[in-house]
Ligand binder design. Sequence first.
Ligand code: AMP
Length: 182
Amino acid sequence: MKLILIGIQGAGKSTQGNLLSKELDVPYLSTGHIFRMISLEKTPAGRYIKETMNAGYLIPDEKTLEIVTEYLGRPEYQKGYILDGFPRTTGQAEAFKNGINKVVYLKVSDKEALWRLSGRASENRADDTLTAIRKRIELFHRFTEPVIEYYRQKGTLLEVDGEKSIEEIFESIMKQLPKNHA
Ligand code: AMP
C-alpha cells in the first residue's frame, strides 16, 4: 500500500502516519524529517536547507524530487510506504509517478492548527517559530491546496475530518482504504 498524507502543519499527519504504518506494515517517511536531518550537516547544502526551513519556505521542487526519489528507491520502500509532507506543489505531484493507491487529506482549520501548534512551538523543532508556522499555512493554501484538487480529479483523494479524535480519524481512514491492498 502506497499512501500519501496531506494536511496543514498540525493536522496530525505524523500521528496518523505512524498508526497507519503499524497497521498496514509499511514504513512511514516524512520529507520534513529528512530535510531536518540534512539541515544538521555542516555543508553548503545543509546550511541552505536549514535557512529555508527556518523561514518556513519550501525547498525547491527539483531538490525535493531528487531526495524523495532516492529514498523511495531503497529496498525497504518497495512494498509500500506512508509518505508525509510530499508532494506539496503541483510541480512535485505531476513529476511523481509512483503508483500511489490513495491520498489522505486530513482537514483541519487554520485556527485549530495554529492553536495546536502554539502549544508545541519551539519545544523540539528549530523551524517551529510562530512566524514560520504562519508562513507554512499561507504556502499550504497557495501551493498544496491545488495538489489536493489534482488528486481529487484523479479519484485517489480520501478526505477526513482532522478535528475528530485520533481514534475516530484513524478508523475513518481505515474504513475508506481499498481492501485487499498489497
Ligand atoms: P514538515 O515537517 O512537513 O512541516 O516540513 C518542514 C519543512 O521541510 C517545510 O517547511 C519545508 O521547508 C521542508 N519540506 C518538507 N517537505 C517538503 C516538500 N515536499 N517540498 C518542499 N519543502 C518541503
